[in-house]
Design a protein around this ligand. Sequence first.
Ligand SMILES: [Zn+2]
Length: 64
Amino acid sequence: MTGQEAANDTILVTTTTVFCDGNKDTGGHPRVFLKLDDHDHEAVCPYCSQVFKLDPNAKVSAAH
Ligand SMILES: [Zn+2]
């Protein structure tokens, strides 16, 4: 167990594109790529409802 577990269901990420393939608890699912919303900087997995949120410290150019 290497610390990817958050206190809630949100996973902080450092890129605007993430993938999810479930986890041991939910049983897993086919790997899907998710793009974080341009405004909310969040994405929700349609399979397992996992929430991904951009780490506020991430060095990502979110705006053009
Ligand atoms: Zn998922």
